[in-house]
Design a protein around this ligand. Sequence first.
Ligand code: IPM
Ligand code: MN
Length: 353
Amino acid sequence: MKLKIAVLAGDGIGPEIMEQGVAVLSAVAQKYGHEVSYKEALCGAHAIDEVGDPFPEETFRTCQEADAVLFASVGDPKFDNDPTAKVRPEQGLLAMRKRLGLYANIRPVETFDCLVHKSPLKDELVRGADFICIRELTGGMYFGEKKEGTDEAYDTNRYTRPEVERILRVGYQYARQRRHHLTVVDKANVLASSRLWRKVAQEMMTEYPDVQTDFMYVDNAAMRMIQEPRFFDIMVTENTFGDILTDEGSCITGSMGLLPSASTGSSTPVFEPIHGSWPQGKGLNIANPLAQILSVAMLFEYFGLKDEGSLIRKAVKASLDANVRTPEIQVEGGQKYGTREVGAWIVDYIKNK
Ligand code: IPM
Ligand code: MN
């Protein structure tokens, strides 16, 4: 297969983890005879500094012309601490999602047996937890009408029926490939937008009699996730709730550095870690590259290249089992490996398998 990849490394630890993601992508492509070409493009704080726009037109074109986008992270403290900043790096990520029509964000929350002790939750609770949060990505408060005045500010949580329907369809497709259980997470006891979600879902569930559909308020879902994470198979939810719940999900897996994602919709799909740019870790060779590397696995799987994806998953698991781990997940007293060393170990594993 021929694959044109747009590479958007962004800010903070982005370029370091991207280097490892690309190395793994190339190693797998070489092994299976795929022809991959890369084109780098600016985004985030980096792009603001260079051209004054966090998602420049040229980057948009590069994404449109590619088969897939590999994205790392954006964000910089100089903007976080300045609420008056006119443009923010995160707007680049949001512009990319909106302009590429990426309405479905697929965020798997898995557990690795050798890492269950890294979760603040009890081993026996998290072991075997394995669910996917399907987060709506181009609607809701992130994109609704806003006002930002000196004495008044608001964001609007607007959803339309077609937006809700299409994301639920994605959820049902995943549920049918898995354990046939879909949970709609909303706040229908308070929010009008949530009541629309619930109404649409109640109508649609009759089309999927083979899938067990249930409904849960988001506050309750946040609790259930840490009380009984194995309850969930597919969770479908709106943009803001999905953002919050998936950070919580990383505590089940054990580290933010382990969760990949795929964003799909009407144009080029994007594959990216769920974590941010971790500016404190920048340049220190301590960032975990696994979320980026697992995003590459999701990229191959998106194109139906299952063996390629599973080889990456196998390599990641082997690196963890061999204790080749970045500091935040290393066992006490164990040797701490850097971003580059973990990446190189995985590339070697792939080449030699
Ligand atoms: C994420 C991030 C983004 C979001 C930020 C960086 C805008 O937290 O991908 O989860 O809120 O969607
Ligand atoms: Mn987030």
